[in-house]
Ligand binder design. Sequence first.
Ligand code: IPE
Ligand code: IPE
Ligand code: MG
Length: 243
Amino acid sequence: MTSPSVVPHHIAIVMDGNGRWASKRFLPRVVGHKQGVDALRRCVKACADRGVGVLTVFAFSSENWNRPAEEVSGLMSLFAMALTREVPQLKADGVQIHFVGERTTLSEKVIAGIEQAELSTASNTRLILNVCFNYGGRWDIVQAAEKLVAQGQPVTELNLNGAMALAHVPDPDLVIRTGGEQRISNFLLWQTAYSEFYFSDKLWPEFDEEALDLAIEAFSQRERRFGKTSGQLAEQAIIPTVV
Ligand code: IPE
Ligand code: IPE
Ligand code: MG
């Protein structure tokens, strides 16, 4: 495929469809989640190769605790396993890892793994990877507001923005959701105010480089107006001639 004209700086992905991928094959749902880890590994590499600066992925939502206990414990074990298995390679590949979400309810071992992964990749600069785990967009807004209140700061848009869990990166340019559903499911509610949305029918384990390129290509063709008119954008694009 020819290289697309505009590569988004920040891509955020709702990695949905693991369960259906497994069910279609008469396999337990957790097998789909395992395939999902493989798909994420490929996607991180593909994003880094294409010059994407930030990749933010939704791995486990605040509401996913409501799934059957067996699936929740399978997801927790898989997360702990992926932490151990994937971080060394990510570190070697220049990926800076951040975990975004409520940590206090996770196990001590997982919290230690998260902290170690963040610390050991902090000086990497090739790609920032934010893994949203035990994350909810509403949780994020509430924790940011609580932070401001505790610090005695006024609740302004700027202050709230600085207290949000993704304050270390600019807002996503492109949000991709796989699995065919067209909803946000409590992902980045604050940060996606002006993101472009792209929905893929592919189930997450099937989301490959070609599918990523299609999403980037679609993004390239969008006109981001940020409240302005097309005419204004055209005027801005004209370089004024010096007389
Ligand atoms: C997304 O896949 C992964 C998580 C929510 C943890 P799902 O598990 O939601 O897969 P489907 O939507 O049931 O197919
Ligand atoms: C969103 O998928 C959460 C993640 C991908 C981690 P869900 O499968 O939980 O979303 P709903 O329930 O279909 O909205
Ligand atoms: Mg789902």
